[in-house]
Design a protein around this ligand. Structure first.
Ligand code: NAD
Length: 362
């Protein structure tokens, strides 16, 4: 029997509601598959500010570092919006990613056949199937490069941001993306702007070099402008996409939105070794907090990613994902993904109970 320690940070707004359901799923798969998952709760975001004055208390960071993986709900809310940037709940998110050395963000974008109608894409494109994993470099590139303002002689004030990647940074994200592709359909598209940017030319060279260790993975390259277009024109062509921090920021949002349902989308942030932080991509949704309306599936699917990427429990991960598919196919929906046709609208707790029931009965 394997034992794993999981730091759970429910956060604010709907965070605690969706995390509660995800924890029930963790307990259920633990019992069913004979693994011991030890849950250790910590404070992050607005709730941490209220009780300690800091969005990321040292105690929380220490707790996360002592665990095998972290599950996060969501942080933020109006109450803390007027605080200075480094004291806001969102500063806790950046702090925890940096503190755990997480340099890769993985976001799957899947259109479930039961939810095809939610996609803004044409039915013939959606019918072909969409199942993409965007792997975004998280700690380098322009967001972290040299930046500043200067006075120029002829044109007055100017500002600059620098896109810089080292061989080391590209190698590690490329390896992680190839490993992800090995766990999927073994196709990797590296997205860059190598026709214009020197940093992209280095990126491409390094990705090609790393590919020699993964002969089973079919590698292709695409310019970012073309990738943005292809994602809506023919998303089926993609399996895993790997790209830089800034391109990934934009493309992962685009890929997410073609699925049409923010309450369904999980994510993983990974570093060296098997440590990972797993969270839904949505925020704390203050407009529906405390009303049993939040969709817990993005958080439950984040647990499925945790089982796969941090614990290598692929069968457990698949059991959670297929329970989600079956519950959707039976017509159950939370309000955010409901449609006038086939739907039985359920609340957060009931959706969690349905998923737990499906896992137990299969
Ligand atoms: P949001 O994602 O919280 O909400 C956007 C819309 O989607 C809202 O109408 C909300 O009701 C709906 N929604 C989101 N998640 C849902 C779910 N699981 N089920 C059903 N409906 C859902 O984004 P926002 O309104 O821009 O931000 C609200 C707060 O969340 C802000 O304080 C923001 O800073 C914070 N935020 C946190 C994170 C994070 O913790 N990772 C991410 C984004 C935003």
């Amino acid at each position: 029997m394997a034992k794993f320690n999981i730091a759970v940070l429910p956060g604010d707004g709907i965070g605690p509601e969706v995390v509660e359901q995800a924890v029930q799923v963790i307990n259920t798969v633990g019992e069913k598959y004979g693994h011991e998952f030890v849950i250790k709760e910590g404070l992050l975001g607005g709730c941490a500010i209220d009780s300690t004055g800091e969005p990321l208390p040292q105690e929380t960071l220490d707790l996360c570092k002592s665990c095998d993986a972290v599950l996060l709900g969501a942080v933020g809310g109006e109450k803390w919006d007027s605080l200075p940037g480094n004291k806001r709940p969102e500063a806790g998110l950046l702090g925890i990613r940096a503190g755990l050395g997480l340099y890769a963000n993985l976001r799957p974008a899947v259109i479930y056949s039961a939810l095809k109608g939610a996609s803004p894409l044409r039915p013939d494109i959606v019918d072909a199937g969409v199942d993409i994993m965007v792997v975004r470099e998280l700690t380098g590139g322009m967001y972290f490069g040299d930046k500043g303002r200067v006075q120029t002689e002829n044109m007055g004030e100017a500002a600059f941001d620098t896109e810089k990647y080292s061989v080391y940074e590209v190698e590690r994200i490329a390896r992680l993306a190839f490993e992800a592709a090995m766990k999927r359909r073994k196709k990797l598209t590296s997205v860059d702007k190598a026709n214009v940017l020197e940093s992209s030319r280095l990126w491409r060279e390094v990705v090609v070099r790393v590919s020699k260790n993964y002969p089973e993975v079919e590698l292709s390259h695409m310019y970012v402008d073309n990738a943005a277009m292809q994602l809506v024109r023919n998303p089926k062509q993609f399996d895993v996409i790997v790209t830089s921090n800034m391109f990934g920021d934009i493309l992962s949002d685009e890929a997410s939105m073609i699925t049409g349902s923010i309450g369904m989308l999980p994510s993983a942030s990974l570093g060296e070794g098997s440590m990972g932080l797993y969270e839904p991509i949505h925020g704390s949704a203050p407009d529906i907090a405390g009303q049993d309306k939040a969709n817990p599936l993005a958080t439950i699917l984040s647990v499925a990613m945790m089982m796969k990427y941090s614990f290598s429990l692929d069968a457990v991960s698949e059991a959670i994902e297929s329970a989600v598919v079956r519950v959707l196919e039976k017509g159950y929906r939370t309000a955010d993904i409901s449609s006038p046709q086939t739907t039985q609208v359920v609340g957060t707790k009931e959706m969690g109970r349905l998923i737990v029931g499906e896992i137990k009965s299969n």
